[in-house]
Design a protein around this ligand. Sequence first.
Ligand SMILES: *[C@@H]1O[C@H](CO)[C@@H](O)[C@H](O)[C@H]1NC(C)=O
Ligand SMILES: *[C@@H]1O[C@H](CO)[C@@H](O)[C@H](O)[C@H]1NC(C)=O
Ligand SMILES: *[C@@H]1O[C@H](CO)[C@@H](O)[C@H](O)[C@H]1NC(C)=O
Ligand SMILES: *[C@@H]1O[C@H](CO)[C@@H](O)[C@H](O)[C@H]1NC(C)=O
Ligand SMILES: *[C@@H]1O[C@H](CO)[C@@H](O)[C@H](O)[C@H]1NC(C)=O
Ligand SMILES: *[C@@H]1O[C@H](CO)[C@@H](O)[C@H](O)[C@H]1NC(C)=O
Length: 466
Amino acid sequence: MKYDSLLARSFSKHEQKKLGIGAFVSCFILAATFCFLFKPEIRHFRVVNVKVSLRGSPKILAITEEVTKPKKPYFEIEQEKQICNVLHPRADLCETKGDIRIHGNSSTIFFVSIDDEKNNNSWNIRPYARKGDDRAMDSVTNLIVKKVHISQQIPICTRNYTVPAVVFSTKGYAGNHFHDFSDVLIPLFQTSRRLNGEVQFLITNSMPWWIKKFKAVLQRLSKYEAIDIDKEKDVLCFPSMTIGLKANKEFSINTSESSYNMLDFTRFLKSTYSLKRKSAVRLKKNADDDDERRKNKPRLLIISRSRTRRFTNIEEIVALAKSLGFKVGVEETRENLAQVAKKVNSFDVLMGVHGAGLTNMVFLPENASVIQIVGLGMEWVSKEDFEIPAMDMNLKYLGYKISVNESSLIQQYPLEHHVLKDPPGNMISPKGWASYRKVYLDQQDVKIDVNRFRGTLLKALELLRS
Ligand SMILES: *[C@@H]1O[C@H](CO)[C@@H](O)[C@H](O)[C@H]1NC(C)=O
Ligand SMILES: *[C@@H]1O[C@H](CO)[C@@H](O)[C@H](O)[C@H]1NC(C)=O
Ligand SMILES: *[C@@H]1O[C@H](CO)[C@@H](O)[C@H](O)[C@H]1NC(C)=O
Ligand SMILES: *[C@@H]1O[C@H](CO)[C@@H](O)[C@H](O)[C@H]1NC(C)=O
Ligand SMILES: *[C@@H]1O[C@H](CO)[C@@H](O)[C@H](O)[C@H]1NC(C)=O
Ligand SMILES: *[C@@H]1O[C@H](CO)[C@@H](O)[C@H](O)[C@H]1NC(C)=O
């Protein structure tokens, strides 16, 4: 796919160097637009690759000419504990408290210690929550977190802050709607919500269009304008700092590792975007009254992708849904996020082929339903990305697994071909991802057998009655 390679290219370091700044910026804007319009595939590498990196005798003097040997730390150091956890499968995370100084331009963070001098610990942290996925992580700034003893030479603070800081990256797969939520926003919510806005965000690999897209969410989480830390030549000092984001489940929150759950998150979004509908329409068990039925029509939003994983008989699906009593909307949800949020919130059922557009389920009222059309070979990704998260959000979930006959792949492969006979049922390995994507995600359209699908829509109605 053309846009895919464009996207890939725009993320490559090599190319970044070759392009002029202007070209680079417009390339990003272009990539962003493509992401938003065409929603490239969701990435699925769940391979855990734990890497601990300790560096001896750090050279810290290169950073600034102004160096000092203070007698006392700037902020009181409470207790010494393990500051970085690099063992979690999803994301590395450092939580520091005391005297923390960050020099953005050199991607270095100093944690001033009164510990014994023996511990010259240093960690390399990429603050993006998709550990083990090299393609995502390679684009993320590597931050060096150094524990330095108070007697060592430490750069002087040029700006002092009194609020905690949270450092995160907006690179990786940010720009893909699903990954924006799964890898950045939900983790950011988990990390910073409890601070009630009294937190300074420090963003590395900052992309202005991304900040703009999620401005409302960022402003709700932090009272202060986010700082593009890569551009900072000053040394910024904080009484505490979290480097990286807490992340523990795909497009969701693992409640055994968090004090929040997905309902907290979706309620937070609803209040952020002033969404009115808290709950889906509730249909009367026996609505014989025509008037009542018209007034209370359940609303179905069909996400219709235009490049890949298309519905090739959308009119038939719409006609079926209307005949069953739904008011139907067909969208590719490409407006700005506030508009998308309001639109989606006005529906009771959201339906689409597995893809990033289903991410908008976060805006549905509670007890609404999600119908995921599961194409050939999409079972595992469908379950991980949307089925489990939908249930975590208190939504009702219906999966419609298509038959071979409903897949456009039958036009490209003979019936006995392994692509049709033996589609992957489990997790896709990083090595196999590109070819998997090409066949099952980029080349597969769906022609719904409306007779077969009827039962699923009837079930969706039933769920609105219970
Ligand atoms: C910032 O970093 C760049 C590249 O690492 C370097 O060339 C430049 O001198 C640095 N500027 C300051 C003020 O440290
Ligand atoms: C810790 O770092 C300081 C300054 O770089 C150095 O003088 C000291 O020897 C180091 N200690 C250890 C145990 O590496
Ligand atoms: C930051 O705070 C420290 C300790 O109070 C002080 O020595 C330093 O001058 C302050 N720096 C600035 C730029 O205000
Ligand atoms: C949730 O967290 C618990 C405790 O860390 C862990 O055992 C479990 O595997 C996690 N579940 C998921 C789905 O990640
Ligand atoms: C959702 O449905 C459950 C069970 O049907 C009900 O107890 C709950 O009140 C509903 N929630 C809302 C917000 O309507
Ligand atoms: C697919 O279509 C063929 C020909 O129309 C038919 O013979 C076959 O039974 C269908 N298979 C399924 C699973 O519906």
